[in-house]
Ligand binder design. Structure first.
Ligand code: ADP
Ligand code: MG
Length: 234
């Protein structure tokens, strides 16, 4: 087998996706092909409406392609049913959202613990994992606080802790710095770089922030569902 076949982690082949609005069909992707290597940190940029969120939703198995193939880590995601995709997501994928998506009535520890409730782990194993990831994102000792009492940067770090607590190989980030001031944004980016470089996570991040894109080893420019540019940093 060739080197590239060995290391390709995510492969989209001639993927098509359209949305129906009333009697009108709007085509977003009409034969999108893209290979992402294991351990890559990829930034997706492009104007509003160019298909960035749709691409993330396809990669997350939240949306299904209308045609073509999506293979992740050797598994044909486009052939899985809804329940199988949800289970695949729970085991392999972490998602970081622009507006954190934390539950305000739960403590920091309870928010981070959520993905672990789908796993056969004891309470003490869950606790220990939560403590480990909170430590990793610089929030040790904050377990019993509530997210709303914390800054945006801290809330996004809780979001990152929740995304990695089940130890997925793959992280999807939708505008992870979009709601943050420069300093908090840089902290979050440093953390994502660490997860990529030191822990080997494959990261796909949608961003408008040129400094965020500069952290990635590869940037894609999307325009109206087309790949305008695909650039790797040496
Ligand atoms: P971006 O994230 O780059 O702004 P999106 O992927 O959200 O772009 O959207 C691409 C196009 O698809 C837009 O024209 C948008 O209006 C349309 N679209 C996205 N999601 C849906 C949906 N669930 N139903 C109908 N149209 C959608
Ligand atoms: Mg979007």
């Amino acid at each position: 087998m060739s080197q590239s076949l060995d290391t390709t982690y995510i492969s989209l082949k001639q993927v098509r996706k359209a949305y129906k609005i009333g009697s009108e069909t709007i085509s977003i992707f009409d034969g999108m092909s893209l290979d992402i290597q294991r351990g890559e940190f990829l930034a997706i940029m492009g104007p509003s409406g160019s298909g960035k969120s749709t691409l993330l939703n396809l990669l997350a198995g939240i949306e299904q392609p209308d045609g073509g193939e999506l293979t992740i880590d050797g598994r044909r995601i486009d052939l899985l049913g809804e329940a199988a995709r949800a289970s695949w997501r729970a085991h392999h994928l972490g998602i970081v959202f622009q507006f954190y998506n934390l539950l305000s009535m739960l403590t920091v520890a309870e928010n981070v613990e959520l993905p672990l409730l789908l796993k056969p782990l004891s309470r003490s194993e869950r606790r220990s994992r939560v403590t480990t990831v909170l430590d990793l994102v610089g929030l040790a000792g904050r377990e019993r606080q509530y997210p709303n009492s914390m800054s945006g940067g801290q809330q996004q770090r809780i979001g990152i802790a929740r995304a990695i607590v089940a130890d997925p190989g793959f992280l999807l980030c939708d505008e992870p710095t979009g709601d943050l001031d420069r300093r908090s944004a840089d902290e979050v980016l440093k953390m994502l770089s660490f997860l990529n470089q030191s822990l080997g996570k494959t990261i796909v991040m949608v961003t408008h922030d040129p400094q965020a894109a500069a952290c990635a080893g590869r940037t894609l420019q999307l325009d109206k569902g087309y790949l305008l540019q695909d650039r790797r940093v040496a």
